[in-house]
Design a protein around this ligand. Sequence first.
Ligand code: ATP
Ligand code: MG
Length: 232
Amino acid sequence: MSTLLQLTQADVAIGGRPVLHGVQLQLARGDRLALIGANGSGKSTLLRTLHGLLPPVRGTFTRDAAARQAMVFQRPFLLRTSVQRNLVLGLWLAGLPWHEAVQRAPAALARVGLQELAGRNARHLSAGQQQRVALARAWCLQPEVLFLDEPTANLDPPSKREVEALMAEFAEGGTTLVFASHNLGQVKRLATRVAYLERGRVLADLPVAEFFDRDRLAEVSPEADLFLRLEH
Ligand SMILES: Nc1ncnc2c1ncn2[C@@H]1O[C@H](COP(=O)(O)OP(=O)(O)OP(=O)(O)O)[C@@H](O)[C@H]1O
Ligand SMILES: [Mg+2]
């Protein structure tokens, strides 16, 4: 297994305020890592750090620069233009030649069930539909590492299943996944490994089966134990 990313004793701050503390995390090819923890525990910040958007203020961050990365954000950023054009622009900004972006867009929209809405203003889409535009973009880019921040938080149950199927498809195609989720069922279905965050610290980083072993988690922290009990 080769290392794709590594954070060593990393502190991350936003606007001068410390948010992540002493994070030690390594990502290997083929990992499916779920980040879980309470609101504000630092999952989104950790994803942005791993994607290279927030350099640590202390410690080190190394990554395989040749590995293509993509990220699906918690709140997708879309321009006030058609769904199709948003997708094409997003792909072009990510480095695809324009004609290739135009070529790939329809199949990607069909893959996420948005082909009927290709001409609609993307800002008029529902939150779940906007999330799918972001997923279509990631699908086109075929990244080696895909970061997803609560990818199904706004979706209805059938759409959740579709997005999970798409994530599994990415993984089966060899994409390494890192996703934040509050849905523990989803974590069990998709993750091979779980990192638990509490107040900006990674308190546990375990294979999925061990993570859901209650006795094991009770050792991590009383809050972690409570977190799992409340979610079940
Ligand atoms: N842009 C920002 N400016 C200042 N502080 C921020 C900013 N973004 C996040 N923070 C702070 O960093 C901490 C971690 O936030 P983060 O969004 O990473 O948590 P999270 O685990 O993703 O939460 P949630 O489950 O609500 O998405 C919080 O205390 C939050 O207030
Ligand atoms: Mg978040």
